[in-house]
Design a protein around this ligand. Structure first.
Ligand SMILES: Cc1ncc(COP(=O)(O)O)c(C=O)c1O
Length: 386
């Protein structure tokens, strides 16, 4: 299970994705703005590197923590981008950041240990914690203007708090954090686990600092999925503090033996071209975001938080449209626009809806037109003039 179904909605969080797929297959003109992945292809050079690795029969086990060459390339990436020194033996490569987070909590938590999570936040986080017999604690940020800060987390700390998870740029809000904010999380005391999978996709040339810029004693979680357009390759990593590296490495070797070898060779090419790949992704996303933000006021929709990174825009729902799950289901049914209900991101997300910039700008503009007509029909919006 990848998320918690919204209470009483009768839906799973995959409900919209599944239903949108069903409508698609039945020939309906669905606009997919619900996906946690872009419609963009993996860069050609990365694909070629995988083909080359296969042709060279690089198909046997790699070192269980990842190819030494890839772990060195990840360490160099931290030096180049963040100015931090990481030794390759602190890096563990896994099948996406999802597997990496699950394994981390399995290694870290004793039964009953608590992990403070952002709310709204990525829906799978509570599942990783509960699978490790930990207790997810949600720091609801709706009443804090959707700002996930150290001060918001502090009242949730107890003697059982083992870790505080942060995610910037965030899903679903697109929020960023600067170094001072990351330092404040680190100063709370418990280990900070920083999900940095949307790094490289910030707007306006902003650099998202890694948690490793403020402390060595934290965990940085990375992935090739989002910021390299490689979701289906299933490759992510952990950078561990020296005191935890051995334990996680051992567990990883027992549980996973390793991850695909030929994809790891291709990932080295992705890291080598990171600046270029991400410059192109950012340019496309900036365009899509600008189109959506320009049109949203027509729908009376206001972002709950400035979307400064990642590829989502989280907006408040129009008044009188029911729960977010009901609203998303009705929108899909009536307009064939697929959006994600805010409630799947936690209780703090209720009353909101997430747009993913997962389709080209013209499809986004068309989605806004369809939603506008639907809201006008429903009497929520005045009909468009002319
Ligand atoms: C915030 C966040 N973290 C982690 C993941 C998992 O990504 P992957 O397992 O593909 O690296 C996602 C996917 O949507 C996400 O949004």
């Amino acid at each position: 299970m990848s998320c918690t179904p919204p209470a009483g909605s009768g839906r799973t969080c995959m409900g919209i994705v599944d239903e949108a797929g069903r409508l698609d297959r039945a020939g309906h003109p669905v606009i997919h703005l619900e996906k946690g992945e872009l419609d963009l292809d993996t860069p050609v050079a990365v694909k070629q590197a995988a083909v080359d690795a296969l042709a060279a029969d690089l198909t046997r086990y790699s070192h269980s923590s990842g190819l030494p060459e890839l772990r060195s390339a990840i360490a160099e990436h931290y030096a180049r981008r963040y100015g931090v020194q990481v030794t390759p033996d602190r890096v563990v490569v896994n099948a996406g950041s999802s597997a990496a987070l699950l394994e981390l909590f399995l290694a870290l938590l004793d039964p009953g240990d608590e992990v403070v999570l952002p709310d709204p936040g990525y829906p799978a986080y509570p599942a990783f914690v509960t699978a490790a017999r930990g207790v997810p604690v949600r720091a609801g940020s709706a009443r804090n203007g959707f700002r996930h800060t150290a001060e918001l987390v502090r009242p949730h700390l107890t003697a059982r708090t083992r870790a505080v998870l942060v995610n910037f740029p965030s899903n679903p809000l697109g929020a960023l954090a600067d170094r001072a904010e990351l330092r404040a999380f680190a100063e709370l005391g418990p280990l900070v686990v920083a999900d940095e999978v949307y790094h490289g996709l910030e707007t306006g040339g902003v650099h998202s600092p890694s948690v490793l810029e403020v402390t060595d004693d934290a965990i940085a979680v990375g992935s090739f999925s989002k910021s390299y357009a490689m979701t289906g390759w299933r490759l992510g990593w952990l950078v561990l503090p020296p005191r935890l590296a051995a334990a996680v490495t051992r567990l990883h070797s027992d549980l996973f033996v390793g991850t695909n070898t030929f994809t790891q060779w291709a990932a080295i090419t992705a890291l080598t071209g990171a600046d270029d790949i991400q410059r192109r992704l950012r340019a496309e996303l900036d365009h899509r975001r600008e189109v959506l933000l320009r049109h949203l006021p027509r729908l009376g929709l206001v972002p709950a938080h400035p979307p400064d990174g990642g590829f989502y825009v989280f907006t408040r729902q129009p008044e009188g449209t029911g729960t977010s799950a009901a609203f998303a289901a009705e929108l899909l049914d009536r307009t064939h626009v697929a959006l994600t209900p805010g409630s799947v991101f936690g209780p703090s997300g209720e009353g909101n809806i997430r747009f993913s910039l997962s389709a080209p700008a013209e499809r986004i503009a068309e989605a806004v037109d369809r939603i506008g007509n639907f809201l006008a029909d429903r009497g929520v919006l005045a009909p468009a003039a002319g």
